[in-house]
Ligand binder design. Structure first.
Ligand code: C2E
Ligand code: CA
Ligand code: CA
Length: 388
């Protein structure tokens, strides 16, 4: 077994207690390692706070190793600091690849738990290998896919209480040359990890503006809601960028609605509130997506500059106790109205739900009951048929 161990947040240890203490911590860890492994094992420091071990399979006991090595109390003078160690493991089961690649793979396994304080050990396996290959594949293809428009918006209608289509949400689909039709969950998470999501989103916003310009020519008065990934904010000035797009396409900013998911409020509420205000100052309508799924602080709601709350039935509707779920939805709708926001429920799947939600005062609706997300051409047709 090839093991790659890393002292968590070692830089912090150095920064706070000084390099000398850091060196001492490394020596303490080395002493622990020496006690832990027999002469049949090979081990050493790879650099920084990283160590590598080769352990014969018949001596590999994951529990024993993690118990001995994952938490070490380093004491020196008046300083006492527990250092945390995480380990990535690569099981050698063939001669290929070379040793340095195996170490690299053990390290990749380790990176999967870096953010999880409670995890101590992770294994490199076929699932992880396939995931990495898949990530590499789609990352390499993304620019081409955007250029060829293999990635494209599908539109899901949004209706009012009378069932009239008043707008839609643009949701991306990848019509992949080999893999066929790919839903967003197949590629968005990887792209969010490496920042490429911003490329997809910029393109999706552009497409939405093109469609709005086309509708304007035809005299169709509908809006399109677009999704903003929390990661987009790291890579570009989103309000300025989108403002530029609507100006370029000469569309009314009111027609391009901005969906920001509630989960971004967890870490950077102040920054996001400022971004929302900027959007609104340019005339955009801002929507809080997935309201109720994550961090819905009622306190936050009062200072939240959004025009619309988007409530997902999938979070609220499917519980054992439907009565309670109904009560929650009803009150969230009331809350939205009392705060002067529009209430939209998504994930509406039946006539019963539509009726009940209408009675509760909900303004707008989206869900499979009306239509699943469809191609632009199919959406056009749907609108034309409805208008007849
Ligand atoms: P979301 O923004 O919450 O989008 C709503 C999702 O619910 C869509 O899934 C939609 O197809 C699905 N849905 C709609 N009606 C119903 C229904 O009645 N029942 C059920 N069970 N589901 C329904 P989709 O298209 O697979 O998108 C998943 C997520 O991927 C989206 O969730 C959004 O977070 C993300 N996403 C999609 N397109 C984009 C994009 O262009 N950019 C970014 N950043 N994220 C996107
Ligand atoms: Ca959305
Ligand atoms: Ca949503």
């Amino acid at each position: 077994m090839i093991l790659y161990a890393n002292i968590k947040s070692f830089k912090v240890v150095n920064d706070i207690f000084g390099n000398e203490f850091g060196d001492y911590a490394i020596r303490c860890f080395a002493e622990k390692i020496k006690k832990q492994f027999t002469p049949r094992c090979v081990y050493g420091r790879l650099g920084g706070a990283n160590f590598g071990f080769l352990v014969p399979k018949d001596e590999f006991d994951a529990d024993k190793i993690t118990n001995a090595l994952s938490l070490i109390n380093v004491k020196r003078g008046s300083i006492r600091y527990p250092i945390q160690v995480q380990i990535g493991v690569y099981e050698v089961d063939r001669e290929e690849p070379d040793v340095s690649t195996m170490f690299a793979d053990a390290r990749i396994a380790l990176t999967t738990i870096e953010k999880d304080d409670s995890a101590r050990i992770a294994y490199y396996d076929d699932k992880l290998r396939n995931e990495i290959l898949w990530n590499q594949e789609i990352t390499a293809q993304i620019d081409e896919a955007i250029k060829n428009r293999d990635i494209r918006p599908y539109l899901q209608p949004i209706v009012d209480r009378e069932g009239n289509i008043v707008g839609c949400e643009a949701l991306c689909r990848w019509i992949h040359k080999e893999k066929g039709f790919l839903a967003p969950f197949k590629f968005i998470p990887s792209l969010e990890k490496n920042g490429m999501i911003a490329e997809v989103d910029k393109y999706m916003w552009r497409c939405a503006c093109e469609i709005l310009a086309d509708w304007k020519r035809r005299g169709w008065d509908m809006f399109i809601s677009v999704n903003i990934s929390p990661k987009d904010f790291y890579y570009l000035d989103v309000p300025k960028f989108i403002k530029g797009l609507v100006e370029e396409h000469k569309v009314d900013p009111k027609k391009l609605r901005i969906e920001i998911t509630e989960t971004v409020m967890i870490n950077e509420a102040d920054k996001i509130v400022a971004i929302m205000e900027e959007f609104r100052s340019y005339g955009f309508i801002v929507e809080m997506d997935d309201f109720g799924s994550g961090y819905s602080s009622l306190n936050m709601l009062k200072s939240l500059p959004v025009d619309l709350l988007k409530i997902d039935m999938n979070f609220l509707g499917k519980t054992d106790d439907e009565q309670k779920a109904d009560t929650i939805v009803k009150n969230v709708i009331n809350l939205a109205m009392d705060l002067g926001m529009i209430a939209l429920t998504e994930g509406v799947e039946s006539q019963d739900q539509f009726d009940a939600l209408s009675k509760m005062g909900c303004n707008l609706f989206q869900g499979y009951y009306f239509s699943k997300p469809i191609s632009i051409e199919d959406f056009d047709e749907l609108v034309i048929v409805k208008r007849k």
